[in-house]
Design a protein around this ligand. Structure first.
Ligand code: PLP
Length: 662
């Protein structure tokens, strides 16, 4: 983790940030523009998000200058309708805009390049299989013959039923059995361009056998295992060691086999996928070049290819740094599309082969931006704050505590590291002494308090140090306030849990007020992994703290986690039996006084749903509680009325939301 240029001081039970770069601004009034800069909203928002004068996060479906929906107004409406938080807000306008933008960009570049074929993109439904999401994408993509990609039998069943356009392509990826192949052939029988992509050599034999049995000419593709591979978190999907795809040798053998069986005419597509979220455009360029050479070589070997499928990988700038960091991208949509079109064209011209229809399988870039999770902060936990005085140390009459206090009293810039180590050693010794019964609980508590104060001293004085030891950067985490947030990392941000993926997290209101608290976030699961302590920062580095506002109970405080529309919804798990969250689907509407309407509400799991999904019989559970209560009524420790109320209560909670009530 890179250090961030911040110092932390303690004030009002919270750690306040004073950023050196911002010092001149401290006196001036904090405005929405400051919030936009602080949270780097222009960096990651891709023009879809901003902050209005009221200090509310807004969603701009048509970019700057178009209509703006206040996300806070949506939350107010959500609460008015009795829908609990956490809640996913899906902005369908963004989803539509992404599909249109992708297709229009390809169309424009193809026109400008005078490219001799079309773009026939597909949406890989594994990225977000929610029916409403897939249907919206299909609807927005209809004018462009936008298709779908499936990676399993279940996905193919959805895809076959939803996309009826005979011009659109359906791509069948993933490992296949005979049923999968039969399903694909059913699509061909319906007059659709359903392309079976051979992912491993043995699939080809199976495919030809099943096609013969069914009596249908298959439309075939081959996935190549390129030597180019992505970088970052998803790099294992590509390269020589990738799980899927045929090697150069296998591709040549596949062509021979098809020729022998007089089926080479069925081979219509070459496909590669080097991984998701490719941060560096150079990797993409290399892969396209290699893929285009494969395509040209296959054409020259006599395969009548019509499509070149460049897979997914078009990334999203989650941290807004426009860099090669794992969660950013150093290129634009337009640059990506131009590279695909111009490089393929150039290889085809040199090799003198026909220019193929271009297929891309962009999932993340289409869906990530359209959804955000709104969550409420339910509590805060402070680091130790109390000021230790000589008086309260002396009152314990403990030589050991006094020795620790001496470290605090004598700490200075020159001996800070040594003092820190001494304090750590004393703290460890205090634990051993406590276990052996040689230190009282009061003494142990005082030692912890003094050590925390030593840490605070170090952090407050870091700015004055000539060289800052690494250990001190780590220390900063220990003095942060923790905001307890009503959500589950495991359900709503599984990629954060699995590999520290960063998502922009931003207050959705009070943005015209200076955020003075420096916090980390913890969720409501009973798992220490259920926390977020890495956040995007506006100065290219990641920060170990999120800048937020002081809580003002009983008023609620809301945070939004943005860019969660790709992979998160579908991969979330039920740790601690926290289930799927509520969600609302929002559309812009110029005629509405609030400029939006909630088209659909999809209730998240109830406790009963989640227990049933885990093989519990809710009626058996209720029966068990009823029997135990009946027993208590019999032995008169409960009154019958009380007993019935308890049964009602148990049954009623069973039908409620799995998250905390707001
Ligand atoms: N196509 C294939 C074969 C994939 O495995 C994936 C995901 O990794 C995708 C497409 C979608 O990739 P992305 O979400 O990066 O566009």
């Amino acid at each position: 983790m890179k250090p961030v240029n911040q110092i932390l001081t303690h004030e009002n039970n919270s750690a306040e940030i004073l950023n050196e770069k911002e010092t001149p601004k401290l006196a001036s009034k904090w405005t929405s523009a400051d919030a936009i800069e602080t949270y780097n909203i222009d960096g990651w928002g891709a023009g879809y998000f901003s902050v209005n004068e009221e200090g509310h996060m807004t969603m701009l479906p048509e970019g700057q200058g178009g209509p703006a929906i206040s996300i806070m107004d949506v939350v107010t409406e959500v609460q008015r309708q009795g829908i609990g938080l956490p809640c996913i807000i899906r902005f369908h306008d963004i989803l539509r805009h992404r599909v249109t933008h992708l297709n229009e960009t390809f169309a424009k570049v193809i026109r400008e390049a005078n490219y001799k074929a079309n773009y026939r993109g597909v949406y890989p439904i594994k990225v977000n299989q929610m029916r409403e999401v897939v249907e919206e994408i299909m609807d927005a993509g209809r004018p462009y013959h936008y298709g779908l990609e499936a990676g399993s039998k279940a996905e193919l069943q959805v895809v076959l039923a939803l996309n009826k356009d005979p011009e659109a392509v359906t791509i069948c990826n993933g490992y296949k059995d005979s049923d999968y192949i039969r399903l694909a052939l059913l699509g061909v029988q319906l007059g659709r361009k359903v392309i079976i992509v051979i992912e491993k050599f043995s699939e080809l034999d199976l495919c030809l056998k099943v096609a013969k049995e069914v009596g249908v000419e298959p439309i075939l593709g081959i996935r190549g295992k390129l030597s180019s591979k992505g970088a970052g978190r998803w790099e294992e999907s590509g390269g020589d060691m990738a799980k899927f795809g045929l090697t150069a040798n296998e591709i040549v053998r596949a062509v021979d086999l098809l020729r022998q069986q007089e089926k080479l005419s069925c081979l219509k597509l070459f496909h590669f996928h080097i991984g998701s979220q490719i941060p560096d455009i150079r990797t993409i360029k290399e892969a396209i070049l290699e893929g285009a050479r494969y395509y040209a070589s296959l054409c020259k070997m006599g395969a009548p290819l019509e499509f070149l499928d460049v897979g997914g990988g078009l990334g999203v700038d989650y941290d807004g740094s426009q860099s090669r960091s794992d969660f950013s991208i150093n290129y634009t949509f337009e640059e990506y599309v131009s590279d695909v079109v111009y490089q393929v064209q150039s290889v085809c011209e040199t090799e003198n082969v026909p220019q193929p229809n271009l297929v891309s399988e962009s999932g993340r870039a289409v869906t990530a931006l359209h959804s955000c999770l709104v969550m409420n902060v339910i509590d805060q936990r402070f680091p130790l704050e109390k000021k230790t005085t000589l008086e309260n140390v002396e009152s314990l009459k403990s030589d050991f505590v006094f020795e620790v206090y001496e470290i605090l009293k004598n700490i200075n810039l020159r001996n800070a590291l040594e003092s820190y180590h001494d304090a750590q050693a004393k703290r460890e010794e205090s634990l051993s002494r406590f276990k052996l019964g040689h230190l009282s609980l009061a003494e142990r508590a005082r030692v912890e308090e003094i050590c925390a104060e030593i840490n605070n001293w170090i952090i407050s004085n870091m700015k004055r140090m000539k060289r800052i030891p690494d250990e001190f950067y780590e220390l900063r985490k220990k003095i942060l306030v923790q905001y307890v947030v009503n959500f589950s990392v495991f359900q709503s941000a599984p990629d954060h849990w699995a590999f520290d993926q960063l998502f922009p997290i931003v207050p959705i209101h009070r943005m015209n007020e200076k955020p003075k608290v420096n916090c980390t976030l913890v969720d409501i699961t009973c798992d220490s992994d259920g926390e977020i302590d890495r956040f995007i920062a506006n100065d290219e580095a990641y920060s170990n703290a999120l800048r937020v506002h002081h809580l003002k109970p009983p008023k609620s405080y809301f945070l939004g986690m943005f860019l969660t529309g790709a992979y998160q919804d579908i991969m979330g798990d039920m740790h601690n039996l926290f289930g799927r969250v509520n969600e609302v689907h929002v559309f812009t509407d110029d005629d509405d006084p609030e400029d939006f309407y909630i088209e659909e509400v999809i209730r998240g799991d109830t406790i009963s749903d989640i227990l049933t999904a885990n093989q519990y019989s809710v009626s058996e559970l209720v029966k068990s509680i009823r029997q135990q209560i009946d027993q208590k009524i019999k032995d008169t420790s409960l009154k019958p009325r009380q007993g019935m109320q308890l049964v009602d209560f148990y049954t009623q909670v069973m039908q409620g939301y799995t998250y905390l009530r707001n």
